[in-house]
Write a protein that binds this ligand. Structure first.
Ligand SMILES: Nc1ncnc2c1ncn2[C@@H]1O[C@H](COP(=O)(O)OP(=O)(O)O)[C@@H](O)[C@H]1O
Ligand SMILES: [Mg+2]
Length: 374
């Protein structure tokens, strides 16, 4: 399947197997221009090889070494865990791991595995060397988790035959395989599961220059003409996140096609980003709602996460994994032992001055972005 992984968009049915949960969205791409469905376009924009993957130099180098060593040994590498906020390239890297190993990839996710039996059937159908991509692995059920420990460590599952006191466990040998786990919440993984991963890569927000590289490549794949200053502007306002960058690029393209010359230029970028409520520093509506609630409604905090989430009408998980990491990273919010606090930068961004009694943020070490995500 290896030769299917060039960076161009192509019909990729030979890259994948189907029909039994071994699903990969990239298999569905025929023509990225024919639909603007997010998932489909995203898959088309994924780099296929580590060498084509801009940004995350640390993870790229570390992963490159792990994969190269495994390739030379002719054996599957250690299991790989990828953690970090949404849209930074965890799924993309999982696909790349399979491509670099020239192995097929099976895709599943924590929420899809309700029972240990679901996992047993996935595991028992793996072929030697295959990559098992486990998205949102922190959301797997406990019994399945325990089965996964054993499978990852000893390449074995115990199949339970019968019920009640007469039930017996029949061990089933598995061929060696590689689990690539992805999680937005590494801290939620139980230690025994975390320990089964020989390599953990923490993805961090991207530098603007890397986002510009990504955007230039995406513009090429989407066949839109673009100006470098427009791409720089989109990059700067993409919350350090390739998924956001690619999405904004498509909205700017839409604007340019409807109101402009079709070319992604600086004016189109400014107007489209304004239309879609992306502010000057790239914060979107949810980000601003969180800052706004924190400052206006709770006087800058401290306020508990769930209270904050309720007040912006979102799930706690969404606020914590989608909005907060970037706000913390950029120094607008601090996580303290007693709740979330607004920093002076947050007040300033909202054009407000902090009230006299506002708390001075004192981050709890280990609860900062670096400790949890970086
Ligand atoms: N380093 C990168 N280079 C180019 N595109 C990237 C990169 N990282 C992510 N992307 C793009 O961003 C989108 C989301 O990436 P994905 O791997 O699905 O993120 P995650 O799984 O971490 O949520 C994809 O369309 C992918 O093409
Ligand atoms: Mg993903």
């Amino acid at each position: 399947m290896n030769d299917g992984f060039s960076s161009e968009i192509r019909v990729a049915e030979d890259d994948h197997r189907s029909g039994d949960g071994s699903y990969d969205a990239t298999a569905r791409i025929v023509d990225a221009g024919s639909t603007d469905d997010d998932g489909v376009v995203e898959a088309a924009l994924r780099p296929r090889r580590l060498a084509d993957f801009p940004g995350q130099p640390k993870v790229r180098d570390q992963l490159g070494l792990v994969l190269e060593a495994a390739r030379r040994r002719g054996a599957p590498p250690d299991h790989v865990l990828l953690s970090g906020p949404p849209g930074l390239g965890k799924t993309t890297l999982a696909m790349i791991v399979a491509a670099e190993l020239e192995q097929p990839i099976r895709v599943t996710s924590g929420p899809a595995i309700q029972h240990a039996g679901d996992l047993a059937s996935v595991l028992s159908s793996l072929t030697e060397g295959e990559v098992l991509f486990f998205d949102e692995i922190h959301r797997m059920s406990r019994p399945a988790e325990e089965m996964l420990y054993l499978a990852m460590e000893d390449f074995r599952v115990d199949v339970i035959v019968g019920k009640g006191p007469g039930a017996t466990a029949i061990p089933l040998e598995l061929p060696p395989f590689t689990v690539v786990g992805a999680t937005t919440r590494a801290g939620l993984l139980p230690a025994p599961l975390r320990d089964r991963f020989g390599f953990t890569g923490h993805l961090d927000f991207y530098e603007d220059a890397d986002l510009e590289t990504i955007l230039a490549r995406s513009a090429g794949l989407l066949e839109v003409e673009s100006d470098p200053d427009a791409l720089a502007e989109i990059a700067r306002r993409s919350r350090g996140t390739p998924r956001v960058a690619n999405r904004l690029l498509r909205r700017v393209r839409d604007w340019a096609q409807v109101h402009g010359t079709g070319r992604v230029g600086l004016d189109a970028a400014h107007r489209a980003l304004a239309l879609f409520d992306v502010d000057d520093i790239g914060l979107d509506r949810l980000d601003r709602a969180v800052l706004d609630a924190l400052c206006r409604r709770f006087g800058g905090g401290p306020v508990g996460l769930s209270t904050l989430a309720v007040s912006v009408g979102e799930e706690t998980d969404t606020v914590e994994t989608v909005a907060e990491p970037y706000l913390v990273r950029q120094g607008y919010i601090v996580r303290s032992p007693r709740g979330r606090l607004a920093t002076p930068a947050a007040w300033q961004h909202l054009d407000l001055s902090p009230p006299a009694g506002a708390q001075t943020p004192l981050p709890l070490s280990g609860e900062t972005d670096a400790g949890r995500l970086g």
